[in-house]
Unconditional design. Sequence first.
Length: 465
Amino acid sequence: MQKINKICCIGAGYVGGPTMSVIANKCPDIQVTVVDINADRIAQWNTEDLDQLPIYEPGLKEIVGESRGKNLFFSTEVDKAIDEAQMIFISVNTPTKTYGKGKGQAADLKYVELCARNIAQVATTDKIVVEKSTLPVRTAQAIKSILDNSGSEVNFEILSNPEFLAEGTAIDDLLHADRVLIGGNDTPEGQAAKDALSAVYENWLPKERILQTNVWSSELSKLVANAFLAQRVSSINSISALCEKTDANIAEISRAIGFDSRIGPKFLNASVGFGGSCFQKDILNLVYIARSFGLPEVADYWEQVIIMNDYQKRRFAEQMIQTLYNTISGKKIVLLGWAFKKDTNDTRESAAIYVADALLEERAELVVYDPKVNAERIYADLDYLNTRSPEENRKLLTVATDPMEMVQDAHAVAILTEWDAFKDYDWTAIYDKMLKPAFVFDGRRILGTKQMNDIGFNYYKIGES
Ligand code: NAD
Ligand code: UGA
């Protein structure tokens, strides 16, 4: 079996950066080079001040600090890194298509294809090419076709090795992965490539957690894993709406059903809706694939997960408007949290964006605070929706840096990200500063109902009447 000692990863994003940092950290004999066409991003990965890395993840800066400059490198020299490596991970973005066939559903594979063409062009020695990005089933076929038609004598072996880390816990997820999935061909060369990649992970993970499958099962498993996880959130969120009508309590229901070992307790927290760069994109992709293969019932089934999530975000904003006497024009409303979950600075598809948009349409005056997201990002997220002009967004929404000052004379506070710090706020002091009656809308269920009612708040918590 080939011993891997030089790895290249194309794409220094939320997956490429943390994943390669952990590989380098756990495999001192392997030189890992992460490359990206975005020079600013690479410069940030190389920054002296580890607090300025482009991604915030607990534990990341320590790992980068230990390995960078030894066997972990971040570079814009894509061609050089490709040619030197024995194993190349493709870890570029695969967003939902915004144009042409499959617009709004299919995955846009242009970045992946560019990587394949780049590898085909510059490789002078045999390579194992690893799909790390999340890809539609059978993408490996297209990659293989591009690589095999490069006109060179170089042999390429394609593996699928989807990533299962969740943001906010990326380092822990990588260090203690439930499983690693490696899909490859059943030929002797395919088996050798799978074993070579397995050996990399065996540096820190037990062999029995490294699963080998065929390429197509591996590609499809990734979409299915995300679809199942998102489905659980939509399922519990659908029941949260019913709880609010019936005096049942969603936390009690999650607990009661989660005790059934066949159901299990995880991913049953009702919320304002799931966000993140992947759940929606991957389900839309699954829906598109099912429809393309003539399976409309399958497509409709999974599409409902997205429909329910959109409903939950809309329902939360409507609940706020209705409770605030059906008029929020000119009312000061504080939004706590903008990231799609705690412990990350990632805001992609965050429910906060859609709740804010709905409130701004009613001409509310919003003040937003998130401990890890800056004003530039918040405005960019809103401008991207194109609902209002950038000037209007800046007029109606301000970004706060001092969470206590911003609540002065506010009508309402809405909690949109479950940052731990929000639980520790002095809610009595907040109540004193707000206009009365003072409202709190808890989209993350992080505060105690009794505590908030005792202080005097009108307190709405998702899933409780
Ligand atoms: P990202 O947008 O953070 O990073 C992708 C990077 O690839 C960008 O920095 C971009 O500049 C770079 N890139 C694009 N084309 C390039 C090219 N031709 N050459 C060099 N660099 C190029 O994306 P991400 O969140 O890291 O996601 C990457 C993939 O991993 C996606 O398919 C995603 O679905 C999947 N995934 C993401 C997560 C997550 O938590 N974010 C988890 C599991 C899987
Ligand atoms: C998710 C998966 O958990 C990862 O396994 C996968 O690798 C990744 O997508 C991906 O492919 O990108 P991530 O989106 O980073 O990870 O974070 P999650 O913890 O899954 O949370 C997703 C969203 O669901 C968040 O908005 C979160 O707040 C919400 N959520 C999660 C709930 O509302 N309730 C829950 O019980 C759990």
